[in-house]
Ligand binder design. Structure first.
Ligand SMILES: [Zn+2]
Length: 450
């Protein structure tokens, strides 16, 4: 999911089998090497995983947002709907699964098995927290993000944002009105005309895919399609359908700016959500038979890694100045926008991104009941320089998805810092690809990356 503002484009892509991958095959160890004890542990973990999937589907019966994707046995889904297990019963059945997982000794197993156990513990803890919220338990913004997503957003006072706004003030063209009004005036020149949206987005997606295919092995036949929607609180959404197929929906209500196509192509597609889901299905479900990865709860410790990773994906695919060069040389001319302005626009956008923690501050105050929805929108207008229509849409998003907003920026920082600690610094773009692939091919949780 991404709070972008794109377009109108319809694409279905089928990719050929790729060779020369950076990634080693992560197939299961040869059976003869497994000890009886390891088999026992694996069987126990598989049984717990199956129970967890069924409980996640049961929560989904009460909460239409909860199950973001499911491509496991249809009979499990049907049974969950038929049973309509109470939230209290779900909670009662989930708690002992954690105790069972904690008793399993995985100290001598390979890293991915240890990660799997921790992933299941965190997923089940998050599922219990969501069940409690659905039963009326109220958590503060920070307690909620910690319980659901395994992350807490840092706090920033207004002064922190004012200093950044001062820098934006100094580089925006002078003129009358408030800073957000001046920003909006400046930004008008960078709106993609409706009739140019198709070619611009197609070029961005093709380039993001080309770059990803050069560095990551994707399974034969992976594909996605794009649909255009309105009346949603998000900008774009990737609905993963299983069998390596995604449906990407794009909200076309608000204007689309020239930086959106690369952002959307990388975040929702390559190497963002589509690739994350495809690799998880291929490596974890199909190669290892780990059924827990057939379900993706939206409220889950996987969200900071997926959303943060999808945001960081732009810098993986377009390191250094490559994004601005591609936008200036290819997308600006396609959109009929003056490429000589690309540098100035990019500089402003870079500073704007530094304001995104204002979203968490607005969300924390709004969801903690300290300020009204209107005040939250006004705060976003002042401190995140959002025009009022966009600010109101984000407040609606917060009302619906609550502390989910932390996943975009806290998740981004988490993923970026981890990949850079692993050696994937801006000077080592190949290592970035390698570590990004390692991150999205295994069941990491945020506390493991901190
Ligand atoms: Zn997203």
């Amino acid at each position: 999911m991404m709070r972008l503002t794109p377009i109108r484009i319809t694409i279905t892509i089928a990719l050929a089998l790729l060779c020369g991958a950076l990634l080693p095959c992560r197939g299961a160890a040869a059976p003869e090497k497994k000890t009886a004890l390891k088999n026992e542990t694996a069987a126990a973990m598989n049984a717990i995983a199956e129970s967890y999937v069924k409980l996640a589907l049961a929560v989904g019966v009460h909460d239409p947002l909860y199950v973001d994707a499911y491509f496991g046995p249809e009979a499990w889904q049907a049974k969950a709907k038929e049973e309509r297990k109470s939230l209290a019963a779900i909670e009662r059945e989930a708690a002992p699964l954690i105790a069972r997982l904690e008793k399993l000794d995985v100290s001598k197993d390979e890293e991915i098995v240890r990660l799997r156990r921790q992933f299941l513990v965190k997923q089940i803890e998050s599922l219990i927290a969501r069940s409690r919220m659905l039963q009326g338990v109220k958590l503060s913004f920070d307690d909620e993000s910690n319980a659901l997503f395994d992350v807490i957003a840092p706090r920033h006072d207004d002064e922190y944002f004012r200093a950044k706004l001062g820098r934006i003030d100094s580089i925006l063209p002078q003129g009358t009105g408030t800073l957000v009004e001046r920003y909006e005036r400046f930004r008008k020149d960078f709106i993609i005309p409706k009739e140019k949206l198709d070619p611009v987005f197609a070029a961005a997606i093709a380039e993001a895919r080309r770059r990803t295919r050069e560095h990551m092995a994707l399974p034969d036949g992976e594909s996605f399609s794009v649909e255009y929607v309105t009346g949603k609180s998000w900008g774009a959404y990737n609905w993963y359908k299983g069998h390596y197929h995604s449906l990407i929906q794009v909200n076309t209500e608000l204007p689309v700016y020239i930086d959106s196509p690369i952002g959307l192509a990388c975040h929702e597609g390559y190497p963002g959500h589509h690739v994350q889901n495809v690799l998880s299905e291929e490596r974890l479900v199909n190669e290892r038979g780990w059924v827990e990865f057939t379900v993706s709860p939206l409220f889950s410790p996987l969200s900071p890694i997926n959303e943060g990773g999808a945001n960081f994906a732009v810098e993986v695919a377009f390191p250094g100045d490559e994004r601005i060069a591609f936008e200036r040389d290819v997308l600006y001319p396609l959109a009929g926008i003056d490429p000589s302005k690309a540098g100035a626009y990019s500089a402003v956008q870079k500073l704007l991104r530094e304001l995104n923690y204002a979203e968490n501050e607005a969300g924390r105050r709004y969801l903690n009941g300290e300020i009204s929805a209107d005040s939250a929108a006004a705060y976003l207008t002042t401190y995140a320089l959002m025009p009022i229509a966009r600010a109101k849409r984000l407040v609606a998003f917060m009302g619906e998805y609550r502390s989910y907003i932390v996943n975009y920026n806290v998740g981004y920082d988490l993923v970026k810092h981890w990949i850079e600690r692993m050696g994937g610094t801006p000077d080592h773009p190949e290592k970035r690809w390698e570590e990004y692939a390692r991150l999205v091919s295994a069941p990491w949780v945020p506390s493991e990356l901190k």
